[in-house]
Write a protein that binds this ligand. Structure first.
Ligand code: B12
Length: 291
């Protein structure tokens, strides 16, 4: 089984349901993460990060719910529908279904599927999908360090020592040596935990990273595609991380850059509803498709 056949098969399958695939080599990922997170595969083996674009909801999830609803109705007429949806998160079930279907398209290959929600016995995630998306070039992973220590020319911190160790100001620096205008320091307390966030060049924050498909026996030299650094000022990165960490419920971190598509009102409503209250909405979704 060669890389190109696998890539085009996965591309065709996932592309038809509003999803993207991006190849990476295991050692690209393992070189970034700490020991507890390393993937136990050959460093030259190939994986594909799988991303859902905004249209996945209408192209994959809505039809899946409709189908589930119909099957449940015909099989267990008297059972309360709530039972059918309470076993596992319906979106997770939908993605499990589609990853398995994609795997079925390539029966001759050995494939390991890892979902974003899978946890190891030591309680760590099986894969850090943000790092995987970054090394695969799918979406830039902005972390705390990306928004700090960038010394600006006009800031007192930009003063460089001479070889004799004496510091000297340049003419375009503020007069006051104790100026509080310094913008070089970290905007956050050193010990403050700031979660990082990936930004997609086309969808900004309106996407999710659903997992990876690993091909332990396919080893191929593939070109490394760097992610697009689309949030390219320090100010915007600080804004992005502040919004993702402090106000993620208001969706604004997702609009940090202009996007070509975003979640539909129905999709926003679905995600804004807490899981235990989604039952009515799921019912409406399945009926909406019927009419
Ligand atoms: C656990 C988890 C949470 C926890 C903790 C978050 C965290 N980041 O630790 C909680 C419950 C708080 C949480 C909340 C949310 N989460 Co969450 N969460 C996860 C989950 C399952 C694992 C993250 C994790 O444990 N990371 C462990 C830490 C140690 O990893 P790390 O900080 O990235 O550190 C590594 C890197 O720095 C790397 N590294 C080191 N140097 C370098 C250098 C470079 C260049 C690179 C690339 C990497 C790298 O090595 C480190 C590890 O050794 C992921 C899915 C997944 N499987 O990855 C989703 C995920 C991160 N969450 C996500 C989201 C959207 C959210 C929420 C908005 C809620 C939601 N689902 O809508 C909120 C927002 C955060 C908030 N304000 O609370 C998305 C983020 C999407 C994106 N665009 O980036 C993810 C990816 C899920 C997904 N399927 O898309 N989450």
């Amino acid at each position: 089984m060669d890389f190109e056949t696998v890539r085009s098969t996965l591309q065709r399958y996932f592309g038809s349901i509003g999803m993207e695939i991006h190849p990476f080599k295991i050692d690209w990922y393992n070189n970034m993460v700490g020991n507890p997170f390393k993937l136990q595969f050959d460093p030259d083996a190939i994986g594909f990060v799988v991303i859902s674009s905004p249209s996945m909801f209408e192209k994959a999830f809505v039809p899946y719910i409709k189908n589930e609803h119909d099957t449940t109705n015909s099989q267990v007429k008297k059972r309360n529908n709530q039972d059918a949806y309470s076993q596992r998160d319906p979106l997770d079930s939908c993605l499990i279904h589609h990853f398995n279907e994609a795997k079925r398209q390539i029966p001759e290959a050995d494939i390991e599927i890892i979902h974003d929600f899978e946890i190891l016995p030591n309680k760590r995630p099986k894969i850090l999908v943000q790092t995987a998306a970054h090394v695969a070039g799918a979406a830039y992973y902005y972390q705390k360090a990306d928004a700090e220590n960038k010394h600006e020319k006009k800031c007192p911190c930009a003063v460089q020592p001479h070889s004799n160790g004496i510091y000297e100001k340049t003419s375009d620096m503020p007069e006051d040596e104790n100026s509080t205008d310094c913008i070089c320091e970290s905007p956050w307390n050193k010990s403050k935990r700031i979660y990082g966030v990936c930004v997609h060049p086309k969808y900004g924050g309106w996407f999710a990273i659903r997992g990876a498909m690993i091909f332990p026996h396919i080893k191929s030299e593939i070109p490394k595609c760097p992610p697009v650094d689309c949030v390219n000022t320090r100010e915007l990165r600080i804004q992005l991380l502040n919004r993702f960490n402090g106000n993620w419920q208001d969706w604004t971190y997702r609009d940090v850059i202009p996007v070509i598509d975003k979640y539909s009102e129905l999709q926003k409503k679905y995600f804004a509803t807490i899981p235990k209250h989604r039952h009515e909405l799921l019912k409406k979704i399945s009926e909406l498709q019927t009419s």
